[in-house]
Design a binder for this molecule. Structure first.
Ligand code: SF4
Length: 341
């Protein structure tokens, strides 16, 4: 598709307004402008919605995405939006979650990318766990495949995990697949938690020493960590939560300097969206999330392959949906009991 020099210059300027804050040059923006122009044009023609997880690269987040967020929040947006086609820039299980909530829509992922957490457990493993712990309830973190969700009693997110586990009727809860999130939850629930040995390779790499060094170097810094980090790290930080809770905390807190103990994309979002805040310290890149490039987004609109389209057998989809629905019911129940529903 050919665009005029004037169109390319205007598009480069639009992208540069945001990307300059994450160190992109005007020349970088000029290079990607024909691509973002074409993607945005096709998106309009096809009545498609582009969703990008906060761990995506800034060119995808600010060049073509309609909404940014975490996996569950974006899946809810997809289900409530009138668009018939969803391009979900994230890893495969997140595309599946969107499809479970919107089975009537065409859901595509630009690249088929895995996830160390989602791949650590299969539906067969869940069945074996149930046999080993008869009578225990099964709660799965949203970072799991559709077939693992289908074998679970209820799903949860990093934001509501404690509520869901507490609201389950059983005393023994098999929590899958994130071992570290399960360990972090242990002190916050009265339930007996049975863990699985999965971890997120991005958050598992942070150590308490990294946090201590940054605190020494930047007195007054607020350190925020994702609950997929190990308990020794969580014990050192000022706030632990989901990606959305971390973003919320940064924007609503007066402090100026932050360290985000998570994937680098979130730091990019803060830099692009909260220009008065400074991000210090290190972050880790997710090799799965970073597999997705703008050219893949274009392919998913222009000539989508079978691999890019999310399909889930009907029986699995229905049972996985039941796990997600149970999550809402349990959360409502918990809030009602605590008097904030
Ligand atoms: S950041 Fe961790 S949990 Fe998220 S996709 Fe990457 S490996 Fe999976």
């Amino acid at each position: 598709m050919r665009f005029t020099q004037k169109q390319i210059a205007a598009e480069a300027e639009r992208i540069f307004a945001r990307l300059q804050h994450v160190k992109w040059t005007r020349e970088d923006c000029e290079l990607i402008a024909p691509l973002t122009l074409e993607i945005n044009l096709l998106k309009k023609e096809q009545d498609a919605l582009i969703l990008a997880h906060s761990y995506q690269t800034p060119d995808i987040m600010y060049g073509v995405a309609d909404f940014l967020g975490d996996s569950y929040g974006l899946s809810r947006i997809a289900s409530q939006h009138p668009a018939k086609k969803i391009i979900f820039c994230s890893v495969h299980f997140m595309g599946e979650t969107a499809k479970i909530l919107s089975p009537e829509k065409e859901v595509l992922v630009p690249t088929v990318a895995g996830c160390s957490l989602a791949e650590s457990i299969t539906a067969r493993d869940v069945k074996a766990l149930r046999r080993r712990h008869p009578g225990a309830g099964v709660v799965c973190y949203v970072n799991t495949s559709a077939s693992v969700k289908a074998e679970s009693d209820a799903c949860c997110t990093s934001a509501n995990v404690v509520k869901i586990v507490e609201a389950m009727p059983q005393k023994d809860i098999i929590f899958i697949p994130d071992k570290l999130m399960g360990q972090n939850m242990r002190g916050m629930t009265s339930k007996n938690i049975i863990l699985w040995n999965g971890t997120c390779i991005v958050h598992d790499h942070f150590t308490p020493e990294t946090v201590e060094e940054v605190k020494k170097l930047y007195p007054g810094v607020r350190v925020l960590a994702h609950t997929e980090c190990e308990p020794a790290v969580i014990g050192k930080v000022d706030m632990a939560g989901s990606t959305s809770q971390m973003l919320d905390y940064v924007s609503k807190t007066d402090a100026k300097t932050f360290m985000l103990v998570t994937e680098c994309g979130l730091s990019d979002r803060v830099r692009a969206e909260n220009r008065d805040k400074e991000i210090v310290g290190t972050c880790n890149l997710c090799p799965y999330m970073k597999k997705i490039a703008l050219k893949d987004v274009l392919t998913s609109l222009k000539e989508p392959s079978l691999k890019q389209a999310i399909t889930i057998p009907e029986g699995i989809l229905k049972r996985a949906k039941r796990s997600l629905d149970r999550m809402f019911a349990l959360e409502r129940e918990y809030d009602a009991k605590k008097g904030h529903g």
